[in-house]
Every structure is written in structure tokens, then in C-alpha cells.
Design a protein around this ligand. Structure first.
Ligand code: UDX
Length: 443
């Protein structure tokens, strides 16, 4: 069991910290936001994540997790994970300012620490070469010590999904460890082997390959989504065809696989849009053609316009019409609205002067921070549907899948459903309401 520091208590940092703590490691979390620290110390999660509150309270009560804004509490750690945010700059490249400042603060603490070697682990998503060319020099300069001698350094990207972060941290498909000095790599691999068991799939490589793996992984998944969304548009023009059948069939080919073939309003969230952009910028700087990645991005951007054009076709005139939107988060089981297609569709429909009423089980608060009072917020899906002429399903929340045609018919003015997530069986609505979906031929 180890002493572990985790710097940056966002979704990745907090979930990682608590999973380590719940297996008995002593974990110290650091975050510069004192407000966030006091929320966490009070046993509350600063964002919605399944099982997180339970994990947090168990870890606190067992004395395995504490947190503060003071880097001095990172003295004498075995590992210090960097999990700060790496947003995009306007030019598409990655903003490494938080990684730099965290590295500097860590350097000052390990400089004062007496027990060596601590291994610093870069878990934040960073462009290839960041660990070697940016983090390492900062750590060496401010600690006045040598990497590989007095402290270790690894790149260790994560692949966890929002909403499923605890489960993904406990059962990852793989663990990627990039190292430039062998001792650090071995140390971290030994820790993960004891954490996950000896049959865990650990990929050992150098730091830049590890960093690239993260982008290659996410951009591949984004590519799958843009691919199936393109097939969906073909299906919409091909009488009687359905993208769900196509996805089901091609997914059975073991070379393709069934996951990430759900057509919809496009990918969103804090990772895919940012990572596709960052890989484009990175590849272009190396002189590598980025055509494929641009296509992935373009298809995704068009998908929002595509939903808006379906709305125009269904309603003919959008102006003044009451439209209900069910779902605001970029996917189910999260309150995150960053890059959410729902928000983008709403903004477009507002520009066409529609009257929008929304409901989401978890993301109302965060959506209000973005959309303000430009739309109406309903306390339930039933109220959101009241007197409306079109319902658009934007997020695949379980409670929406349970709605029956009668739930729409009972309260809507002219029941029309646009199912962008394909959560309903169109046959259930046949002859009862007007129904359209992504990847289905419009009536
Ligand atoms: C993603 C990666 O999956 C994860 O490995 C990485 O660490 C962070 O980014 P996340 O952003 O939480 O995780 O969401 P994910 O479940 O991957 O979905 C991303 C977006 O793609 C969502 O908007 C989702 O609705 C969309 N999506 C996903 C589809 O449109 N179709 C699919 O088949 C799958």
C-alpha cells in the first residue's frame, strides 16, 4: 500500500484518487479551488458521477483520503499523479498552463522531501513529448534534482468515461505506462499489478508513445461515431432502411466490434471534440495530412445542422413554435453539458425564434449557466411536453426510454417526436404520432 498524491480533483483526479483510496492506499488530493476542497471535505461531489459520493464517504471515514489546497501535504509520497485540466487554446493546440504550474509546485515539494524516489505520473491528456520536454525540465529546475536519479517520471493516460468513471478506473481494458527511466516504469507497473492483479493488460512504452496512444484511442472512437452518422444519413434517404440494423450487423464483425456505432446528434463532452482538434494541430505541425481527422470533425459539426434541418422539415415553420427538448447533457448519466449537441441544437433553434422548453434529470443547473433565461426549464418531462408541437430526444437518459406513445399524446398539442438517440422502437409510434429519427427514413 502506498502514499499517493493526486493533483487536480476534476472528474479524472477525484475518481482516480478515490479508487486508489478504497483499496487501502493513503491518498492526498490537491486542488487550487478552496471551494472545491471544502465541498469534497464535506463528503459531497462537485459534479455528478455514479457511486462517487459513496466512494468519497467511505474513503474519508476509513481515513484513506484527505485533500487540501496546499502542496506541502505532498511531502513523502510514493507517487504523485498530475490530473489537472488540459483545455484547448483558440488555435486548437493544448493549453498546458495548469500542467506547467502543477509541475512547478510539485517540484518545490519533492525538492524538500527526504524520502526518494517519488515517481511523478502525468495522467492529464497532453500532446506527445510534453512529459519529456516540458514536465521533466520544470521538475528538475525547481527541485534542483535529476530525473531518473532523485525522482521518477511516467506518462500514464486514462481512458475513463464520464458517468462510468469509477467502474472504468477499477476495470480498465488496459493500463498504458510510458517511461524514460526504467526504474520509474517498473515502480508504476508494480503498483498497478498489485492494484489490478497480475493478469491486467499493462502496455509499457516510452512517454511520447504513451501520450500519443491516448489521442489515437479517442480519435478512433470519434471516427467510428462520424462514420456511423454518415451511414445514418444514407439510411435516411433509403426507403425502409435503418442505421440500427446496419450497426448491429457490422458490429458482429469482430474486426469492427459493436461499440461506438450508435448514430446520434454527434459526439460532445470534454474529451472527443478537444482531442480531435488537438491531434489535428499536432499532426499538421509535423507535416502529416489531417484530412481524415478534419472529416471526422466536419461530420460531427454538420450533425447539429442536420438535426435542425430535420426540425424544419417536421414543423415547416419553426418561428413561434413550442418545442420540447428532453436531455441536455452530452450523454446520459452525467450533468456535463460541455460541447453538448443538445445545447448547440437549442441555440440554433432559438436563432430561428422557436420557444424552447427543456427537461433533464441532472443537467438543468449546468445548462442554465450556459443558456440563462432564453429557454423554459420544466421540473419533469411531462411538463416539458405540455402543449408542445415537437419533442426532440437529445440525450438517452433511461427515464426517457420508459416514456410510452400515450405519454406524448396525452399532453402535446401536435404529437411529433424526433428521436436523435434512437431510444424508441418506431413501430410503437406507427399510426399514433408523427415520428422521425436519425438514420431512419422520414415519413
Ligand atoms: C470519452 C472516452 O470514451 C474516454 O475513454 C476518454 O477518457 C474521455 O472521453 P466520455 O467523453 O465520458 O469519454 O464519453 P463517451 O461515452 O466516450 O461518449 C462521447 C460522446 O460520443 C458522447 O457525446 C456520446 O453521446 C457520443 N457517442 C458515443 C455516440 O454518439 N455514439 C456512440 O456510439 C458512442
Amino acid at each position: 500500500l502506498r502514499n499517493i498524491g493526486v493533483v487536480g480533483l476534476g472528474n479524472v483526479g477525484l475518481c482516480t484518487a478515490l479508487c486508489f483510496a478504497n483499496k487501502g492506499n493513503k491518498v492526498t488530493g490537491i486542488d487550487l479551488s478552496t471551494e472545491r476542497i471544502s465541498t469534497i471535505q464535506n463528503g459531497k461531489s462537485p459534479f455528478y458521477e455514479r457511486n462517487l459520493t459513496e466512494y468519497l464517504n467511505t474513503a474519508i471515514s476509513q481515513g484513506n483520503f484527505s485533500c487540501s489546497s496546499n502542496y506541502a501535504s505532498l511531502l513523502n509520497m510514493d507517487f504523485i499523479f498530475i490530473t489537472v485540466g488540459t483545455p484547448n487554446l483558440v488555435n486548437g493546440s493544448t493549453d498546458l498552463s495548469q500542467v506547467r504550474s502543477a509541475s512547478k509546485s510539485i517540484a518545490k515539494v519533492i525538492g524538500r522531501s527526504r524520502e526518494f524516489p517519488v515517481v511523478v505520473v502525468v495522467k492529464s491528456t497532453v500532446t506527445p513529448r510534453t512529459t519529456r520536454k516540458i514536465v521533466k525540465p520544470i521538475l528538475e529546475r525547481y527541485s534542483k534534482m535529476k530525473m531518473g536519479v532523485n525522482f521518477g517520471l511516467c506518462a500514464n493516460p486514462e481512458f475513463l468515461r464520464e458517468g462510468n468513471a469509477i467502474e472504468d478506473t477499477l476495470h480498465p481494458d488496459k493500463v498504458v505506462i510510458g517511461f524514460d527511466d526504467e526504474r520509474s516504469g517498473k515502480e508504476l507497473a508494480a503498483f498497478y499489478e498489485s492494484f489490478y492483479g497480475s493478469d491486467s493488460k499493462i502496455i509499457l512504452t516510452n512517454t511520447e508513445t504513451a501520450e500519443l496512444i491516448k489521442y489515437a484511442n479517442n480519435v478512433f472512437l470519434a471516427t467510428k461515431i462520424s462514420y456511423i452518422n454518415t451511414i445514418a444519413r444514407i439510411c435516411e434517404k433509403l426507403r425502409g432502411s435503418d442505421v440500427k440494423k446496419v450497426a448491429q450487423a457490422i458490429g458482429l464483425d469482430s474486426r469492427i466490434g459493436p461499440k461506438f456505432l450508435e448514430a446520434g446528434p454527434g459526439y460532445g463532452g470534454s474529451c472527443f471534440p478537444k482531442d480531435v482538434k488537438a491531434l489535428i494541430t499536432f499532426a499538421a505541425n509535423l507535416g502529416v495530412s489531417t484530412e481524415l481527422f478534419h472529416a471526422v470533425e466536419n461530420v460531427n459539426a454538420e450533425q447539429v445542422e442536420h438535426v435542425v434541418s430535420m426540425v424544419s422539415r417536421l414543423l415547416r415553420r419553426v418561428k413561434g413554435k413550442k418545442i420540447s427538448i428532453l436531455g441536455l447533457s452530452f450523454k446520459a448519466d452525467t450533468d456535463d453539458v460541455r460541447e453538448s449537441p443538445a445545447i448547440k441544437v437549442i441555440e440554433r433553434l432559438l436563432s430561428l425564434n422557436a420557444k424552447i422548453t427543456v427537461y433533464d434529470p441532472k443537467a438543468m443547473k449546468r445548462a442554465r449557466e450556459v443558456l440563462g433565461d432564453s429557454i423554459f426549464y420544466s421540473p419533469s418531462s411531462r411538463e416539458a411536453l405540455m402543449d408542445s408541437e415537437l419533442c426532440i430526444i437529445m440525450t438517452e437518459w433511461k427515464e426517457f426510454t420508459e416514456l410510452k406513445p400515450t405519454d406524448f399524446i396525452a399532453v402535446m398539442k401536435r404529437p411529433t417526436i424526433l428521436d436523435t438517440r434512437r431510444i424508441y422502437d418506431p413501430w410503437d409510434f406507427q399510426g399514433k404520432t408523427k415520428f422521425a429519427g436519425i438514420g431512419l427514413e422520414l415519413e
